[in-house]
Design a protein around this ligand. Sequence first.
Ligand code: MGD
Ligand code: MGD
Ligand code: MO
Length: 697
Amino acid sequence: MADGSELRSRPGDGKLIRGACGHDCPDTCSWLVEVQDGRAGRLYGDPSHPFTRGTLCAKVNHYLERVYHPERVLYPLRRVGVRGAGEFRRISWQEALSEIAERWQRIIVEYGGEAILPFSSAGNQGLIQHSSLDQRLGGLLGFSRLDRNICGAVAHQGLSATQGNGVGINPEDLIHSRLIVLWGTNTIVTNLHLWPVILSARSRGAKIVVVDPVRTRTAEAADWHLAVRPGSDTVLALAMMHVIIRDGLVDRDYVDRYSTGYEQLSEHVQQFAPDRVAEDTGLSAEEIERFAREYATVQPSLLRPLIGLEHHRNGAMMFRTLACLPILTGAWRHRGGGLCRSTGAFQFSMLNMEELLMPWLQKPGVRTLNMRDLGRDLLSTELRPPIQSLLIYNSNPAVSLPNQHLVRQGLTRDDLFTVVHDLFLTDTARFADIVLPATSQIEHLDLVPSWGHHYVSMNRPAIAPEGESVANTELFRRLAACLGRTESWLFESDETLLRTALRTSHPMMSGITYETLLEHGYQHLNHPEDWRPFAEGGFPTASGRAELFSERLLREGHEALPSPGEIRRAGAGQLQLISGKTLHYLNTGYSHMERHRGREGRLRIEINEDDARRRGLSDGERVRVFNERGEIIALCAISESVRPGVASIPFGGVVDEAGVRRHINCLTPEEATDWGGGSGFYDTFVDVERSPVDLEN
Ligand SMILES: Nc1nc2c(c(=O)[nH]1)N[C@H]1C(S)=C(S)[C@@H](COP(=O)(O)OP(=O)(O)OC[C@H]3O[C@@H](n4cnc5c(=O)[nH]c(N)nc54)[C@H](O)[C@@H]3O)O[C@H]1N2
Ligand SMILES: Nc1nc2c(c(=O)[nH]1)N[C@H]1C(S)=C(S)[C@@H](COP(=O)(O)OP(=O)(O)OC[C@H]3O[C@@H](n4cnc5c(=O)[nH]c(N)nc54)[C@H](O)[C@@H]3O)O[C@H]1N2
Ligand SMILES: [Mo]
C-alpha cells in the first residue's frame, strides 16, 4: 500500500512502518518499525515527533523482545492443572470458542447475561483495542458492565466538582510556566517525555517543586521537595488558600468574574492558618507560607497532579481542593498557568464515541460492577445473579487490584468459568479455564489518543500476528460468531471502526482524518497555538463558573467547600505503605521478563532510619511486611527518601523475596475513595519485622 505510512528507507532495507505505543502511559510515543521478510528487526522512537522526540522508555526500548519472547502465549490454551498453578495444554481456536459458546449459552439460559462479566482495563489504551466491539457485544447480550475506575476516575470526579471537567492546559505549554508543581507524580519515571519540557522551562527561569511524601528521582532532581505527609495535601492546599487570601494575593477580578462561593471559602479557610495545621501536613509553617506566596506571585504557575493523590481515601477531595488554587490566583489567565492532568477525556470528547460504542444497545437496568470490588463480588453470596463467568483482557487483576488474596480466592471458585486474553501467562491467566493469545501493538491497527499530550497517533501493524494471536477486536468478532450472532455491526473491520470514531465535526479534529493520520502517523489537535482553556472562565459547571462552594456536592451529601476529607493515619507501630510505579515495569507488565526483573533488582521496602532502629532492623536484611490482609517478604532498605512513619515499595513485580507469587497488593485495602470511585491503595498500613526465614538462616 502506498499510503506513506510504509516508508521506504534505503533500498534493500525493507519497509519502515509508523506506529505508536499503546501502553497505559501518558506519553503515547511514536515509533518506527523496520521490517524485513515479515519480521520486525528494529523498533525505535520516531525522531520527528515533537513531544516524544525519538526517545523510548526503558521498557519499550526492548519492545521487540516482548513481541518475540519465548514465553509469549501464541495459541489457545486449556487449563489442565488446578487453578492458579499455570498448567495448560494447547487447543485449537475452534475448541476454545465452542467451549466458551457452550458455557456462556448455558449461563445465559440459567442466570441471564448479567452473570457474565467482561473485565478489562487500559492494558491496551488504543481506541478500539480498549473499547469498541466488546461494548457492542456486551450491550447486546446484557453482560454485566464494568466501572473501569481505578485510574483517573477519582481525579476526574474531584476536578469536575470545581471546574466542571478535568480539562487542563496543553502539556507542551509547560515551557511557559515559571513555577511548576509536580504534585503526587514521579515524572522522570512515569511520564519521561514531559521532563525535557520541564527542563526547558527551568532553563528559562522556572522553578520545579515536587510535593510527594517520598523523595523520588523526580523530587531529587527538583528545586524544592515538600515531603508532605501522605493524604494531607488537602490541608496543605487549604493552608495555601489561607495565606493567599490573608495576604491579598487573590486575583479578585478573575474570582469575581468566573467563580462562585468566594465569600464562603474565605471564611472557611480562616481555620487553616499554617502554624495551626503545619503539624498535620508534616511541613513547617514557614515552608507552607513560602510555598503559598511563591505559588500565588510567580506566574504562570502550574499544578501537575497525577495518580499519587487519587489512591487515597480522600482522593476526590484532594483534586477538588487543589483545583481551587489556580482559580484564586487567576493562574488560568496566563499561558503555561493553571492545572495540567490527563488529556485523555479531552481527546475522547472529540471522537464519535457514541457510534463507536453504541451505548443504546445496553439493556435498561443492567448492573454495573466496580472493578475494585472483583474479589468481593466473586465471593458474594448476595449478588443476583452471581458472576458465573469472567472474560478478562487488557488487565491483570490478580496482581493490580487491591486485596490480592481476596481476588485470588474469588478466581479459584470452582464453578467460575474464566477466559483470559493476554500476551503472557500472567498471574491472572494462571487462574483461567481458557487462555487466548493476544497480539502486540505491532500486530494490529489502532488509533491512539494520548493522555499526556495533544497529538493523536495512528498505529499501523508492522507484522502479521504471531502464532494464532488475535487483536481484541478480532476476539470479539469471533465470540459474536460462535454465539451465533449475525448483526453486521458486530463484525466491522478495524478500519471501519476507526473511520466511525473519526466521523466527528469537532473543530479541534478538523483536518484529522483516517487518511491524513495514515500518512503522517500523528497529528496535533487543531487548536490555536496559544490555547488557554479557562483564561476567560467558561467552566462547564451548572453555574457556568468555577465552584469554590458547590451546591451539587451539598446535594450529593458531600462537603460543599474544599476540605481535608478523611485522612487516614497509621496506628501505633505501623507504617503507611506507598507503592508507586517503577521504571522497568509498566504496571505489572514486563515483570515476566528477566531483563526487566534484573534491572528492577531485589524487592526492597524503604524505611526511615528511626523506624528501622525502633524495630531493630538493619539495612539489607529480610523483613516481613504484614497487616491483617497478608504478608510479603522484602529486603529492608534504610533510606532518607521516606519520612518516619512512611514506607515505600515498588508496585508491579509479581514475586516477593521469599520466591512466593504474592505482591504488595495483598496488603492494600479494597476500599472506595471518598466519592465512591477508585481505591485507596496508598492508605495501606503495615507492620515490619525481621523475617523469620532470616532468623532460621
Ligand atoms: N515506567 C512506568 N511508567 C508508567 C507506569 C508504570 O507502571 N511504569 N504506569 C502508568 C500509569 S497506569 C499511571 S496511572 C501513571 C502514573 O504516574 P504517576 O502519578 O507519576 O505515578 P507514580 O510513580 O505512582 O507517582 C505517584 C507519586 O505520588 C506519591 N504519593 C503517594 N501518596 C501521596 C500523597 O498523599 N500526596 C502526594 N503529594 N504524593 C503522594 C508517590 O510517592 C509517588 O511518587 O504512570 C504511567 N506510566
Ligand atoms: N499497589 C498498587 N496497585 C496499583 C497501582 C499502584 O500504584 N499501586 N496502580 C493502579 C493503576 S494506576 C493502574 S492503571 C492499574 C493497572 O492495572 P492493569 O490494568 O491490570 O495493568 P497491567 O498489570 O499492566 O495489566 C495489563 C495487561 O494487559 C495485557 N495487554 C496489553 N495489551 C493487550 C492487548 O492488546 N490485548 C489484551 N487482551 N491484553 C493486552 C498486558 O500484557 C497486561 O498483562 O493498577 C493499579 N494498581
Ligand atoms: Mo494508571
